[in-house]
Design a protein around this ligand. Structure first.
Ligand SMILES: [Zn+2]
Ligand SMILES: [Zn+2]
Length: 231
């Protein structure tokens, strides 16, 4: 298990959850679930450099936006498959047999995937997602045994997504988002700005940067002094 960032899908735990979700829910979805992961695996630092280079090409961006994402949305929206998955995931939220995972966070990951492709989520589903966010542990950085769900910027990203989501409009979790309020370019009307020192964290403005500074300070390392990525 590894984490190489703070936001959603910036750790292999989140990416593993994408695979586990569909298998464990036991819903027959054939082989297209691999495409679920193709919507979010661009952050995977364990893939070869050629794959990372490919993710950065315009041809790949086109394929993702115009083929992969609409394909998954249609799958989830047909015969309410998305809602069935969501219900099956909710039904497992109180399973505590496996202490290496947080079941409510699996529902959150499913909600994020549904928003990633612009799938329908009904009002009760959105309300449920809002309700469970405060129920999962959220830490600013690695903590032994409890690092099973959000880090702070990932939680902010998810809450901003819930506030701004419109079914039919895919919500990206890979593009820059404010580490404090979670907003992306579409919410702000302009791109968030990079922290001048580390060039990793992004903020919508001075107020959000100041608010998060004490938390961000230990990991705010200039690129030439950075020795590890998993902070
Ligand atoms: Zn902000
Ligand atoms: Zn910084």
């Amino acid at each position: 298990m590894g984490r190489w960032g703070w936001r959603l899908f910036e750790c292999d735990q989140d990416l593993d959850a994408v695979f586990n979700l569909t298998h464990e829910l036991g819903i027959d979805i054939d082989s297209w679930e691999y495409s679920l992961s193709s919507m979010v695996h661009q952050t995977d630092m364990l893939v070869p450099p050629e794959a990372i280079a490919m993710y950065n090409t315009p041809a790949y961006a086109y394929q993702l936006a115009n083929h992969i994402i609409p394909y998954i949305r249609e799958k989830l929206d047909t015969d309410n498959l998305g809602e069935q998955l969501f219900a099956a995931c909710r039904a497992k939220e109180n399973d505590t047999d496996d202490i290496s995972r947080e079941p409510k966070y699996q529902t959150i990951i499913l909600g994020a995937l549904m928003m990633r492709c612009g799938a329908r989520i009904n009002a009760a589903g959105m309300e449920h997602l809002r309700d469970i966010v405060p129920q999962v542990v959220c830490s600013p950085r690695w903590t032994p045994f409890t690092d099973l769900s959000f880090r702070t910027p990932g939680k902010a990203q998810f809450l901003a997504a819930l506030d701004h989501y419109e079914p039919g409009v895919p919500r990206s979790f890979q593009e820059p988002s404010c580490f404090t309020c979670g907003k992306i370019e579409a919410d702000l009307g302009r791109k968030p700005l990079k922290c001048k020192r580390c060039k990793v964290a992004t903020y919508c403005g001075k107020d959000c940067q100041t608010e998060q500074w004490n938390e961000h300070r230990p990991s705010c390392v200039p690129p030439h002094r950075r020795r590890v990525t998993n902070v």
